[in-house]
Write a protein that binds this ligand. Structure first.
Ligand code: ZN
Length: 364
């Protein structure tokens, strides 16, 4: 046996970032399960198990682990796994002035389920950056391209109680301005892709057309980083799976948003595909955009095989050029058992790898 001294990869190549594979770079939509010592597993809005400085340290340790797992399991575009936030929308809202997050109200969100949410009680503003420290920390932990998710303006107003503006449009516009400030600082902190989560685009079509996409465009104004919008059918929780059961044999909701997004300045559209009833040819409606395609089902504990992942991706190739396809998950994985989610990361990259080989062989 020869002793080998190894230099950690991130140090060895610190001057240069690992290039993203040009073909089929993999990414996850957003959240990963948090470790059980940090937050109660398998629930949304899971309470923290730690507090104060120990909580901050724990969140950083969990983020480090999330990065390491993504890298080891072959995810090319790395995210924070949302290890430092309790929820993808309310955590951002709670950091704003004008919001009373101790006075929570129960409202119906996404027209589907009741949730306890913060209340807007005055003019909203961002007194300091919300996620910029977290993004800088993520940047320091990996040399791969990084993606950071923010809630979209329309999904934000659908995840709170408004006792001040009394106008969804007006409040969305205020949030868009605040999101733009945050996004510019995330970009300066080294974020390569800034993603806006807009599941509300799959529910409130009239508002989406009247002002939802315009508010999103306001949020990305002036950004040099790539921008993405994620529109989905939600986490794999019962309220969502029950709703999906009412949507019929074909889910054509994307037909409402895709033509508008095709004409927008957004670079990447993230959508559900695997195990869904979304007709795959709807992707044609966003021709020219990069497509983050969900090839991992977040509503099932069954881990996909690489062949299943490859088959889902292969079907999409009729409607999106291979150099614009980003294999991904359908949605966030926060409510899944941790090991299941991690194994799904491996399946995603193995499936993308199969198809990448196939495409490379075909073009050789
Ligand atoms: Zn989602």
């Amino acid at each position: 046996m020869t002793a080998v001294t190894t230099v950690p990869a991130t140090l060895a190549v610190s001057a240069e970032r690992t290039p993203v594979p040009t073909l089929l770079p993999t990414a996850i939509v957003g959240s990963l399960p948090k470790p059980a010592w940090l937050a109660k597993p398998e629930v949304l809005w899971s309470p923290w198990e730690l507090e104060g400085d120990v909580l901050v340290e724990g969140q950083h340790d969990a983020l480090r682990a999330a990065v390491q797992e993504q890298e080891l399991r072959g995810i090319d575009i790395v995210s924070d796994g949302e290890q430092t936030r309790q929820h993808f929308v309310t955590t951002f809202i709670e950091h704003l002035d004008g919001v009373d997050f101790e006075n929570r109200e129960t409202v119906r969100i996404r027209d589907r389920y009741d949730a306890s949410v913060p209340t807007v009680v005055g003019a909203v503003s961002r007194r300091k950056p919300v996620f910029v420290d977290g993004a800088a920390f993520l940047r320091s932990q990996t040399d791969r391209p990084i993606k950071w998710a923010l809630p979209g303006p329309m999904t934000m107003i659908d995840t709170l109680a408004d006792r001040h503006y009394r106008s969804r449009e007006k409040l969305a516009w205020e949030f868009a301005t605040i999101l733009n400030q945050e996004a510019r600082e995330l970009e300066a902190a080294g974020v390569d892709i800034i993603q806006f989560d807009e599941p509300a685009f799959n529910v409130f079509f009239d508002e989406m057309k009247e002002w939802g996409v315009a508010a999103l465009e306001r949020a990305v104004e002036g950004l040099q980083a790539q921008t993405a919008v994620h529109i989905c059918y939600g986490y794999g929780i019962k309220a969502n799976t029950d709703w999906k059961a009412t949507l019929g044999a074909e889910w054509r909701q994307y037909e409402e948003s895709f033509p508008l997004l095709q004409r927008s300045s957004i670079d990447i559209v993230s959508l559900e595909s695997h195990n869904s009833h979304v007709p795959i040819d709807l992707i044609e409606l966003i021709r020219g955009k990069k497509v983050m395609l969900g090839a991992i089902d977040v509503a099932s504990h069954e881990v996909e095989t690489p062949e299943e992942v490859a088959a889902t991706l292969r079907r999409a190739l009729q409607f999106v050029d291979a150099d614009k396809l980003i294999p991904s998950s359908n949605c966030g994985m926060a409510p899944l058992p941790r090991q299941v989610a991690l194994d799904k990361l491996s399946a995603l990259s193995a499936g993308a790898g199969l198809l990448r080989e196939e495409l490379t062989r075909a073009s050789a």
